[in-house]
Design a protein. Structure first.
Length: 599
């Protein structure tokens, strides 16, 4: 019962309101009842007072010798007043003192006053009336006291009700202040502190009522939020650490990629790469084991541990390697395009297992090394193919120029020997010797041109500077003016494309210097759509009508180079005189882009 009252504010408020209403109702009802019960007290007192006056009047009339009829009438009036309802209605308790006084008055009237009045004995009536009046006064006093007692009860009840109401109000105000207002203020202050960021703010108010439940719920909610905040802060810290590690790993991979791209992946560069990873990941031990082709296994393996240690070991030693003893060894194959170069093994100090991001980073390093080794192998293969191709070009040009000249001179010498055996004249022998001399001069000139061609390089100035140098060279050699219009291209040509383009331009300028007898030569390099256009024009004597391109080895070489560029080469007369050499080809940069776009 009391627990139920303590645990509910509405119950306590309802009890207080009920008490106040009940006390007000009791006070009002008691006042009404007492007023209802006191209605005849005043009439009884007045009636008792009038009995004294009537007694005095009878006594006076007896002394004055009044008529017996008058006396009887006055006696009847006194008797009527004595037995009136105004007196009898206040006589509730037969044992009360008021009832006994009233009975005494009735007895004195019946036994003394009335007989004396009827007999007309004034002396006896007077003697008895004094005692009767004295008893009547006592009766009136008792009536007054009885009425006062009723008023006292009414005052006592109303005072008690008022006092209890005040007590209930004071208790209610105390409960309101300490059980409602102060907890609410504390709850509001704590809520503001919590909203301002003080997650440790808690309500210190404890009770079993609704506000106590609200305080407990707030504290429980604050505990959950604080725990969630700690958990989120911890997760944010972990994510931040992971992001920092990921950024460091990405930066390390980026730096490693630049290092691998800037230098060939030899043992020294791989040692530096391993050292950089071991510096950024404390406790990491890396071993890079490289072997030959899987189809042709090498007799030895190269194990790189960084700049501090390098081992040459047999394949049979892998089973007894110290790295194999680690319980949490991370082994990543170094592969690229299904070609395996070796294995990257990693372990951490203290024999701790690697985390997921560390494993991914080590695998990325293995892939990076595999890609670098594969690219280096492809570069070597491309370089070898380019070398073979260049050697084939050298052999073809030697065969098409110097070898034929030497073959021609060999035939001329055989002819000269035959003429000597036949005893020909000196003029004939001198003519053949002159032809041999001219053939030697042509062979020497072709050799010089071939040496110049083979020594040709694209310097740091690029294709533009090489074209300017060629224009100056042949302008001085051929005694003509060269106008060069080399417009910048929006992309870079490959080294092979630049060499072929420059050689075609030099061969065209060489033909102008040797055969054209030109005064002006125009060289133009520009982009035409997705193609590159090279045009060399001169104002020389042009091509003769019986021109046979198969007998001009330089033109054949130009066509061969145009085929390597996958382009079209045109040699035709110029409209205003001279010769026009026109080359149109699509560079490999745009050809690869078109292929990849279609694919």
């Amino acid at each position: 019962m009391f627990h139920w009252i303590r645990s509910s504010l509405p119950v306590r408020a309802g009890i207080a309101v009920t008490l106040i209403a009940s006390l007000a109702l009791v006070s009002a009802v008691s006042a009404g009842l007492i007023a209802r019960f006191s209605e005849g007290d005043a009439a009884a007192i007045n009636t008792a007072g009038s009995l004294r006056m009537t007694t005095y009047r009878l006594n006076w009339k007896l002394e004055a010798g009044a008529d017996a009829l008058v006396l009887r009438s006055e006696g009847a009036d006194l008797e009527r007043r004595l037995g009136s309802q105004a007196l009898t209605q206040v006589l509730s308790d037969p044992q009360s003192e008021v009832n006994r006084a009233y009975a005494d008055l009735l007895g004195r009237w019946e036994n003394t006053l009335r007989p004396a009045l009827l007999e007309g004995d004034a002396g006896r009536f007077q003697a008895s009336s004094e005692d009767f009046v004295a008893r009547l006064n006592d009766f009136v006093l008792l009536l007054q006291k009885q009425s006062e007692r009723k008023q006292t009860w009414q005052q006592l009840l109303q005072g008690t009700a008022l006092f209890v109401t005040v007590i209930v109000l004071l208790v209610g105000l105390y409960q309101l202040q300490n059980g409602v207002l102060i907890p609410l203020q504390e709850l509001v202050r704590t809520t503001e502190r919590f909203r301002a960021g003080d997650l440790g703010a808690r309500v210190k108010f404890h009770s079993e009522d609704e506000l106590g439940l609200v305080a407990q719920s707030f504290n429980a909610m604050a505990d959950v939020i604080e725990d969630s905040h700690r958990t989120l802060a911890s997760r944010v810290a972990q994510k931040t650490a992971h992001l920092a590690q990921a950024n460091a790993a990405l930066a390390l991979l980026c730096q490693s990629s630049r290092r691998v791209a800037s230098s060939p992946p030899d043992a020294e560069s791989l040692d530096r790469l391993i050292d950089s990873f071991q510096e950024h990941l404390p406790g990491l031990n890396l071993t890079l084991c490289l072997h030959g082709s899987p189809q042709k296994p090498a007799e030895h393996l190269i194990a790189l541990h960084g700049s501090q240690l390098r081992q040459i070991c047999a394949p049979q030693a892998c089973a007894s390697c110290d790295m194999r003893s680690h319980a949490h060894l991370v082994s990543c194959p170094v592969v690229h395009q299904e070609f395996e170069f070796g294995e990257l093994r990693a372990s951490f100090a203290g024999n701790r297992p690697a985390e997921d991001w560390e494993t991914e980073l080590i695998q990325a390093l293995a892939n990076l090394i595999g890609t670098a080794l594969s690219l280096e192998r492809q570069r070597e293969q491309e370089h070898r193919l380019l070398l073979f191709e260049e050697r084939a070009i050298i052999a073809r040009e030697l065969h098409d120029s110097l070898a034929q000249a030497l073959s021609y001179m060999k035939l001329q010498i055989s002819r000269l020997q035959t003429l000597i055996r036949r005893g020909e004249s000196a003029e004939t022998l001198e003519s053949v010797s002159e032809e041999i001399r001219e053939g030697l001069n042509n062979a020497y000139r072709q050799l010089r041109e071939l040496l110049t061609t083979f020594r040709l390089q694209i310097t740091e100035g690029g294709l533009d500077l090489a074209l300017q140098s060629a224009a100056r060279e042949f302008a001085e050699r051929g005694q003509f003016q060269v106008e060069l219009d080399a417009r910048p291209l929006p992309f870079a040509l490959s080294a092979s494309e630049q060499i072929h383009l420059l050689q075609i331009c030099r061969e065209a300028l060489s033909n102008c210097a040797r055969h054209a007898r030109a005064q002006h030569v125009w060289v133009r390099l520009a982009q035409l759509g997705e193609d590159v256009e090279l045009q060399v024009e001169d104002d020389g004597q042009g091509l003769s009508g019986d021109f046979d391109q198969r007998q001009h080895h330089g033109l054949n070489i130009m066509r061969e180079r145009a085929r390597h560029l996958h382009g079209q080469l045109g040699i035709e007369p110029r409209a205003s005189g001279g010769t026009r050499v026109h080359l149109l080809f699509r560079p490999g940069f745009l050809a690869r882009s078109a292929t990849s776009t279609v694919g």
